[in-house]
Each structure stands twice: as structure tokens, then as C-alpha cells.
Ligand binder design. Structure first.
Ligand code: HEM
Length: 421
């Protein structure tokens, strides 16, 4: 098993430019083969930070996610960036919390996102997908702007408890916040040092403050009111007998907005891209709708919108036989793990009938396993069902453009034509 390597595959695994150019599959494969538990020295590459363990094998990603006592989300957060204690405290959400507090926070929102609760939104999802496809089929369209970005935000505005007409504003804000390294979205670029003055705000983005103020305005009116939407739930929540601090209500909302909006969109658009590149798979699904469940999982595996999260070792331990010191950063790369040949035979084959499919698109298990996994599955499944029924071919009419981000694997443009049946 590999230890602290002197020579690593030629990939700056943190470079936003790398991901803008394409998914670095070949380099990930090499990492997995030669350095599955690799020590990445950040300063060598011009990044700020004390280095981290980079995990690209499925087994290691799952082991780390399940063992939250040894690999904490709370100690230093889940971002690779090293946050000062004041920034960590100001930006903390349940994502950066370990049990027992995590369990209490998660219980506030679990009922809204359970498999059973989400099934009740099936008709809403079908209607939204139908509307999107009515507008797009048979004409030149953009797979991101005209198709994929509408569905996730419109699915969650009702749950969040915000007016539906705010949806365009909300996803505009969420885009600016998350894509803080992409000049097409954000005027301030995180890896150019532009965002340093905003280090107390989520994603170091001044737009996060705009969203926190927006949440505050709405939340005040929900206090003492009965209601099942998440803003009302967060405004009235008691955790250990105390109301959630106002700041935490805001960051919690922001987490839900970003997680619910900025991930599923990329499974939809990159699913379209995969179907354009594998027309036989679209024809296969159209001929055999019983493949819908496996097709949904394969699109989720293939598109893996979340690239990584981070943990911190709380004690001296080992991963895959490699010694890890207390306090070391550990980064789990989901897309790399989703192409691990030990778990996925012929991993670079897009196979809508793949089964089993133990992808880690929603994380490797453990307490933080994606809250919105059933919502994301519902959206992808409903979209694939309608597409297979109504579209004969997905034709690309230009080059896809990728987001500049080492955090989200996504597209920002996908010119295409959906040829009707
Ligand atoms: C394809 C779509 C999605 C992907 C790839 C995705 C990915 C992930 C991953 C990898 C995690 C684990 C974080 C960790 O272990 O540190 C996570 C957690 C989370 N996801 Fe998702 N997600 C998706 C959709 C959604 C949706 C629709 C929502 C709805 C609001 C959502 C809300 C969350 C939340 C709140 C967490 C934090 C859970 C916790 O800390 O307990 N996600 N997601």
C-alpha cells in the first residue's frame, strides 16, 4: 500500500482550471492505482494549506465517512480551506457538526426529505419536467439554462417556504456563492485572493450576506407561527431547549438552498450529455422502462456532481494501511471512487442497466449521507422517464462548457437539440 509518495500522478488535484478543462479521469485512475492514500502538499502547488490525505478508492471513502468519531466534520469543518476558529464558528451548519448535536439538527429536517415524504412530490416533479420539456423539445436549447437549472430550485421553493417567484433570484445568488472561482458567475475569484475580506461568510462570498439578510426578513415573520415549511421549522426550532441562533438559521437555509440547487442540476445536464454521447442507452431505456431505477443510479454515478468533502483525523490512525496523524486533513473524492474498478466492473462504460451500483455520489454513508438523496433521485428519475418517452435523440449543437470549480463537477453551457419521437 502506498505511503507518503515522493512522486504523485501529474495532476494538481485542487486546480480549478483542471476541472474546467474536463473530468480528470485518467489522473484519478492513476491516483487510485499508484497512490490511493496520497499525501498532497498544498504549498508545492501554490495553494494555501498544510497538506492533506487524498482518497480516491471506494473502500477508503466509505470507511472514512462511516467512522465519524475518528474522522470528524466538526473539528475543522468539511472544506479543504483551513478556517480560523472565528470563521469556522460563523460559517458552521449541520454539515460541519458531529453527533450528538448533528443528530438533533438533522432531525429538524429529516421528515421533509424522507423517502416517503418525497414520494408525495412525484406529481409536482412530473408537471415541472413536462413544462421544461414542452419548451425545449424540437428547438435549439441550452441543456443547463433552458432545461436543468429550473427543476431543482422549483422543487424546493415550496419546501423551503420561500415565494416561488423568488426562484430565479435564489439560484442566481446560489450560483454566485458556490462558483466563487468562476469569473462567469462571480466578480470575486477565490483563488486570486479576492474573497479574503469575506472569510467569515459561507464560501467567502459577499452574496452569502445578501441571502442571510433575505432569510432574516422572512424568518422574523414566521416566529410563533405553525407551519411545515423549513423556514418556519428553523425559526421555531429548539435544540437542547434553546432556539437556533439567528446566524445558524441563516447558514442552515443557505446549506439547503445550495445543496438542493447546485448539485442535482449537474446530474440532469451531464445526464443529457451522457445520453447524447451514448444514443444506444437512450434507445435502450425507451424500449425497456423497467430500467428506470438502474438508469437513475447510473446517471448519478456517472455525473457525480459533488467532487469532494473533507474530514479531520481526531486521533492517530491509519487508512488502507497508511499511518495518519491526529489533526491531519483527509479529503474524499467521490467521482474518483465512483470509477473504482474494484467496485464497478468496466467503470468507464455508461451502462443504464448497471446493478449493483454502490456509488458514493451522496457520500460514503455515516451521519452526513445526503439529506436530499430521495429528492435528487426523484428528479433524475422523472426527467429520464419523460426524456425516454418523448425524445428520440439528444444532439449536441456546440461544445459543452464546464464550471471552473474543484468542488462541483458541473456544466454551465450545453447547446443541444432534443429530437422528438
Ligand atoms: C445529485 C444531487 C446531490 C448530490 C451529488 C449531493 C451530494 C451530497 C454529499 C456528497 C453529501 C455528504 C456531505 C458530507 O458527508 O460531508 C451531501 C449532504 C447533504 N445534502 Fe446532498 N446532494 C445532492 C442533492 C441534494 C438535495 C436535492 C438536497 C436538498 C436540500 C441536499 C441536501 C444536503 C444536505 C442538507 C446535506 C448535509 C447533510 C448532513 O450534514 O447531515 N442534497 N450531499
Amino acid at each position: 500500500m502506498a505511503a507518503r509518495q515522493d512522486t504523485l500522478p501529474h495532476l494538481d488535484i485542487l486546480s480549478h482550471d483542471v476541472y474546467e478543462a474536463g473530468v480528470p479521469h485518467a489522473a484519478y485512475d492513476e491516483f487510485r492505482r499508484t497512490a490511493p492514500v496520497a499525501w498532497v502538499n498544498e504549498t508545492d502547488k501554490g495553494h494555501h494549506g498544510r497538506g492533506f490525505w487524498s482518497l480516491t478508492c471506494h473502500e477508503d471513502v466509505v470507511a472514512v465517512h462511516k467512522d465519524w468519531r475518528t474522522f470528524s466534520s466538526e473539528v475543522d469543518g468539511t472544506e479543504i480551506e483551513e478556517l480560523e476558529p472565528d470563521a469556522l464558528a460563523a460559517r458552521r451548519t449541520m454539515l460541519e457538526t458531529d453527533p450528538p448535536r448533528h443528530t438533533k439538527l438533522r432531525q429538524l429536517v429529516n421528515p421533509t426529505f424522507s423517502k416517503m415524504a418525497v414520494e408525495t412530490y412525484a406529481a409536482h416533479a412530473e408537471r415541472l419536467v413536462g413544462e421544461v420539456l414542452d419548451r425545449a423539445i424540437g428547438r435549439d436549447a441550452d441543456g443547463v439554462y433552458d432545461i436543468a437549472r429550473d427543476l431543482p430550485i422549483r422543487m424546493i421553493t415550496g419546501l423551503l417556504g420561500v415565494p416561488e417567484e423568488d426562484a430565479p433570484q435564489l439560484f442566481h445568488w446560489a450560483d454566485q456563492i458556490v462558483y466563487n472561482a468562476d469569473p462567469d458567475y462571480s466578480p470575486l475569484i477565490s483563488d486570486h485572493g479576492d474573497t479574503d475580506p469575506y472569510r467569515l461568510l459561507p464560501f467567502r462570498s459577499p452574496v452569502s450576506l445578501t441571502v442571510l439578510e433575505y432569510v432574516h426578513r422572512l424568518a422574523v415573520a414566521r416566529r410563533g407561527v405553525d407551519g411545515g415549511d423549513l423556514l418556519t421549522v428553523l425559526s421555531n426550532a429548539l435544540v437542547d431547549g434553546e432556539p437556533l441562533p439567528e446566524r445558524e438559521q441563516g447558514t442552515f437555509f443557505l446549506l439547503l438552498l445550495i445543496a438542493g440547487n447546485e448539485t442535482t442540476r449537474h446530474s440532469l445536464s451531464q445526464g443529457l450529455l451522457a445520453l447524447a454521447e451514448h444514443p444506444d442507452q437512450l434507445a435502450r431505456l425507451a424500449a425497456d422502462p423497467s430500467l428506470l431505477d438502474s438508469a437513475t443510479e447510473e446517471v448519478l454515478r456517472w455525473t457525480s456532481p459533488q467532487l469532494h468533502f473533507r474530514r479531520t483525523a481526531t486521533v492517530a490512525t491509519e487508512i488502507g494501511g497508511v499511518p495518519v496523524a491526529a489533526g491531519d486533513k483527509v479529503v474524499t473524492w467521490y467521482l474518483a471512487a465512483n470509477f473504482d474498478p474494484e467496485v464497478f466492473p468496466d467503470p468507464h462504460r455508461f451502462d443504464l442497466g448497471r446493478s449493483p451500483n454502490r456509488h458514493v455520489t451522496f457520500g460514503g454513508g455515516g451521519p452526513h449521507l445526503c439529506l436530499g438523496q430521495w429528492m435528487a433521485r426523484l428528479e433524475v428519475r422523472t426527467f429520464l422517464a419523460a426524456l425516454a418517452q418523448r425524445v428520440r435523440r439528444v444532439e449536441l449543437t456546440g461544445d459543452p462548457k464546464r464550471v471552473r470549480s474543484n468542488f462541483i463537477n458541473g456544466l454551465k453551457a450545453l447547446p443541444l437539440h432534443l429530437v422528438p419521437r
